[in-house]
Design a protein around this ligand. Structure first.
Ligand code: C5P
Length: 297
């Protein structure tokens, strides 16, 4: 017997970042949108905890207990006083170290898969608790759809989405480490007054109306200057997507994946083709959202 859970990637349509807190994290106003690029995690009974991974980026995925899928299984097993005797296989399609919550997605998916496999029947609140311990973006991978994340991003308020948003994503040649991007944010912010992060009414209205033009005018990412500072070549990718007709372009989360909001699926295909031809990125994917969070298939 085995259980497979499908889990989406995310893009941040607003990422407002506050000053560094004493614990090193940053308070955020983080508007997440789940998009239809998926990993699948399959949990199968085994002698002991084991992780395997397949997919184009599989070579970059750690297979030890630092993997968020492994940490999720360990956390659930510990809570319920059982052995984490499970093989977790990750079929990876979300870019690794890309700012699309690929690692977080695997943590949420593994948690849901182990809960079903072991029949632990943890409540939604318990699962969300464990997710928040695993990482700031993990709770959103569980719930999907669209949500405002506050605190370090883990406290979620679900948001209404009034239509489908079409996106193109350009994967960069190399990854960026999230802590390094936050450190660069702190360095660039030195000596400046950093306001409290607050959700933008324009972003929330545009999401609720399903209005791509309004969303394009409203998206912001406070981590973008830091990501571009560490990875200046991303500017060329952003420019190539805009020149091809994207409504707007931005760095996804801490990057280096770049995201292009487009009007419809035909426009997505055209922008994707132009980005592929531009030679400014490693690969290009098209995806729409909002989509559901971690789901047993
Ligand atoms: O929570 P998570 O493990 O995903 O965070 C990875 C790193 O990103 C943290 O160690 C921290 O350096 C940075 N981070 C932050 N503020 C947040 C979320 C993450 O500084 N709200």
């Amino acid at each position: 017997m085995s259980v497979t859970v499908r889990v989406p990637a995310k893009v941040n349509v607003q990422l407002a970042v506050g000053a560094a807190r004493p614990d090193g994290f940053h308070d955020l106003a983080n508007v997440f949108l789940a998009v239809g690029l998926y990993d699948e995690v399959t949990a199968t009974p085994a002698e002991e905890l084991r992780i395997t991974c397949a997919g184009p980026d599989a070579g970059q995925v750690p297979l030890d207990r630092t993997n968020l899928a492994a940490r999720a299984a360990l956390a659930l097993a510990e809570r319920y006083g059982r052995e984490p005797a499970v093989h977790l296989h990750i079929a990876k399609d979300i870019p690794v170290a890309g700012g699309m919550a690929g690692g977080s997605a695997d943590g949420a998916a593994a948690l849901v898969a182990c809960d079903a496999l072991w029949g632990t029947h943890a409540s939604r609140a318990e699962l969300l608790d464990i997710c928040a311990e695993l990482g700031s973006d993990v709770p959103f991978s569980l719930v999907g759809g669209a949500a405002l994340g506050t605190g370090r991003g883990e406290k979620l308020t679900p948001l209404e989405v009034g239509g489908t948003f079409h996106w193109v994503f350009a994967m960069a040649e190399r990854g960026l480490s999230t802590p390094a991007v936050f450190r660069e944010f702190d360095r660039l912010a030195e000596g400046r007054d950093i306001p409290e992060p607050v959700a933008s009414d324009d972003v929330l209205d545009a999401l609720a109306k399903g209005d791509a033009d309004a969303l394009a005018a409203a998206v912001t990412n406070d981590l973008q200057p830091a990501a571009l500072s560490l990875y200046p070549e991303l500017s060329a990718t952003l420019a190539a997507g805009e020149a091809a007709g994207a409504l707007t372009s931005l760095v996804s989360g801490s990057g280096p994946t770049t995201a292009f909001l487009v009007r419809d699926s035909a426009s997505a295909d055209a922008v994707a083709e132009a980005l592929r031809a531009s030679g400014t990125c490693r690969s290009v994917r098209v995806a729409a959202g909002a989509v559901a969070g971690a789901t047993v298939v």
